[in-house]
Ligand binder design. Sequence first.
Ligand SMILES: Cc1cc2nc3c(=O)[nH]c(=O)nc-3n(C[C@H](O)[C@H](O)[C@H](O)COP(=O)(O)O)c2cc1C
Length: 155
Amino acid sequence: MKTAIICVSKHHGNTKKIAKAMAKILKADIFEPKDVKTKKLEEYDFIGLGSGIYAFKHDKEILELACKIPKLKSSFFIFSTSGSGNAKYHKTLKKTLESKGNKVIGEFACPGYDTFAIFKLFGGLNKGRPNKDDLAKAEDFAKKILNKKISPGEI
Ligand SMILES: Cc1cc2nc3c(=O)[nH]c(=O)nc-3n(C[C@H](O)[C@H](O)[C@H](O)COP(=O)(O)O)c2cc1C
């Protein structure tokens, strides 16, 4: 099983930590969107797309890439870190992938250290996140992906 993980992590490197934990289990290649040729994605059984959440959505480069990906045989998964750690922010990316007929088989969301705007004044939200437990959860998620045990929409 071949996996590509495409990730943007520009605030504190939080999402990159999650991407690496998943990549360890899935033996995945990690890319930034700018280095991805959509034709090359045909080689992968699983494709993970993730970033920090910036203004209620995934990063612009991830969303733009998702718009360019044609229908593939690959199964997709989505992940993020954010101040709230809520998967509700995945809607835009999920809809974009599904609008092309692509399958999203799992989603993973986790709190990440956040010093955006007002949070900076108080030393930041979610200090130390993702932590050891979060990374263990990301690994468990990746194991489920590997075993294809995740049903659509499950976090
Ligand atoms: C410009 C900006 C906008 C953000 N918007 C949101 C948001 O809408 N909701 C939220 O929960 N967190 C928001 N955050 C917090 C980040 O999603 C969070 O810190 C995340 O873990 C950053 O991931 P990264 O270090 O991989 O970039 C925002 C952070 C920045 C810098």
